[in-house]
Design a protein around this ligand. Sequence first.
Ligand SMILES: Nc1ncnc2c1ncn2[C@@H]1O[C@H](COP(=O)(O)OP(=O)(O)OP(=O)(O)O)[C@@H](O)[C@H]1O
Ligand SMILES: [Mg+2]
Length: 226
Amino acid sequence: MKKNSIIKMVDIAKVYDGGEFHTQALKDIDLDVESGDFLAITGRSGSGKSTLMHIIGLLDTPSSGKYILNGTDVSKLDEDEQALQRNKEIGFVFQQFNLLPKLSALDNVILPSIYAGTASKERTEKADMLLTMLGLADHINKRPNQMSGGQQQRVAIARALMNDPELILADEPTGNLDTASGDDVMKTLKQLNKEGKTIVLITHEHDIALQARKILHLEDGRLIEK
Ligand SMILES: Nc1ncnc2c1ncn2[C@@H]1O[C@H](COP(=O)(O)OP(=O)(O)OP(=O)(O)O)[C@@H](O)[C@H]1O
Ligand SMILES: [Mg+2]
């Protein structure tokens, strides 16, 4: 039986048009990611990886084409509805961790659930549980600059899990990490995938991509199966 598609894209294109320059960042993108998949997208610098990730993550809109996220045609949603859908369905992990420097690990993890309106006690318990699950029980009160890069990235993963998203989007999550910390992050992503999360991982590192279940390659804005 075919599983549900969590991401379905048909003929997506993205053009950046800034007057004197005109970049076709994506073209003819057809993508079908099933619930529970672990997909890696690779490609050279400038091939369109982050652009595709931003469209998948409802951080940007395509110039044309159709995108259905978990059964919803996102082109029919207004900006507020898109933000709600993004907060509910997607957890983001970025290369630069994007943690708030003045907040503790715990408060960084709690943040997305404040926007989602979860009760305060429940939020704290959940953030604590996630940080403990990710091996950070001894670090919950530290600020980002008091932690290693690998620890910061695991805080970012805990934050991404806070609203129980079905989909995790990770753009070069190991890009700023040494090999050992990068391995830890990959282990964590693989474990989450085993537990049922759908993962889309963007990387230019071939050995990282090989750890996913499926690899697609972007070349000048087009997706190629390898
Ligand atoms: N906001 C923007 N305005 C204009 N052009 C852009 C913009 N963002 C990206 N581009 C262009 O679109 C193309 C794809 O960029 P993108 O950032 O998606 O590449 P990438 O594969 O993520 O590269 P990298 O590996 O360096 O992160 C590039 O040619 C880039 O210059
Ligand atoms: Mg990029």
